[in-house]
Design a protein around this ligand. Structure first.
Ligand SMILES: [Zn+2]
Length: 224
C-alpha cells in the first residue's frame, strides 16, 4: 500500500487507511480544499504528551502533541511544516490518533506513547493498528547538529567526521511504530522543503511559513 495525492481535495491520503469506511483522514497540503473542517486540536509544544478527547468537541483542548479519540463524529488534527505528522487507526475498537513528531517528539518516541495510551485506555492491540506517516522534511534537506544527530544513532543515523548529520524523521517514526508492534505502516515519501508547490516548510520559508493540517476522525453512523 502507499500514500497518494487526492486530485480534487489536494490532500495526501493513505491506501491503508482508505480501506476503513468508518474513517475520514488525510494530510492536507498547502492547496487543500475544504480542509481541515471541525477538529479537536492542541497547543503543540514538541512534548510527548498524549491527550485523550473523551467528548465530542472542537478547537484547542490544551497542550500536547498527540490526540486520541474514540468518539463518533469527532476528528482530531495536528499542524506541521517539516515535522512528521502520523495518523493511527484501530479498526477493531474504532480508535484514532494524530501525532506531531519533530526531532524533539521523535527523540521521546511520541508515536510509541500514543500507541501505549490507545492500549491502556481503549484496549487497542498494537498488532491491529494501521498507521500513515505524512509529508515531512526529507533526509535530503534535514541537516542537524551532531548533538541532535547522536540521539538517533540507534536508528542508523551516522555522525560524519566532517559536515553535519542528516535525519530522516519519517523513517525513524516508521521504525518506532514497527518497534511498538504496529504491523502496517504507509509512509509518504515527500520532502516538504523540496515540494514547494504542495507543502509548507519552516526550513524553506521561516516564520512566514503556513501549516498543513493532518486529520483523522470517526464518522457518525449513517455517514459511512
Ligand atoms: Zn528535500
Amino acid at each position: 500500500m502507499a500514500c497518494y495525492l487526492h486530485p480534487e481535495r489536494q490532500v495526501y491520503r493513505s491506501e491503508l487507511l482508505d480501506t476503513m469506511p468508518w474513517l475520514r483522514h488525510g494530510f492536507g497540503t498547502a492547496l487543500a480544499v475544504d480542509w481541515p473542517g471541525d477538529t479537536a486540536t492542541l497547543k503543540q509544544t514538541h512534548s510527548d504528551h498524549v491527550h485523550v478527547v473523551a467528548t465530542s468537541c472542537c478547537g484547542e483542548q490544551g497542550e500536547g502533541d498527540a490526540l486520541v479519540t474514540n468518539v463518533a463524529g469527532t476528528a482530531v488534527s495536528i499542524r506541521t511544516a517539516d515535522c512528521v505528522p502520523v495518523l493511527l487507526a484501530d479498526p477493531v475498537h474504532h480508535v484514532v490518533a494524530a501525532v506531531h513528531a519533530g526531532w524533539k517528539g521523535t527523540s521521546k518516541a511520541i508515536v510509541q506513547r500514543a500507541v501505549e495510551r490507545m492500549t491502556a485506555d481503549f484496549g487497542t492491540r498494537p498488532g491491529h493498528l494501521v498507521a500513515a506517516v505524512g509529508p515531512a522534511i526529507g533526509e535530503c534537506c534535514y541537516e542537524v547538529s551532531a548533538d541532535v544527530g547522536v540521539q538517533f544513532t540507534r536508528y542508523g543515523v551516522e555522525i560524519p567526521k566532517e559536515g553535519k548529520p542528516h535525519l530522516n524523521l519519517a523513517q525513524i517514526n516508521r521504525m518506532q511504530l514497527v518497534e511498538a508492534g504496529v504491523a502496517q505502516v504507509d509512509v509518504l515519501d515527500v520532502c516538504t522543503k523540496c515540494e514547494a508547490t504542495l507543502c509548507h516548510s519552516f526550513r524553506r520559508d521561516g516564520e512566514r511559513s503556513g501549516r498543513m493540517h493532518a486529520v483523522i476522525g470517526i464518522y457518525t453512523e449513517g455517514r459511512n
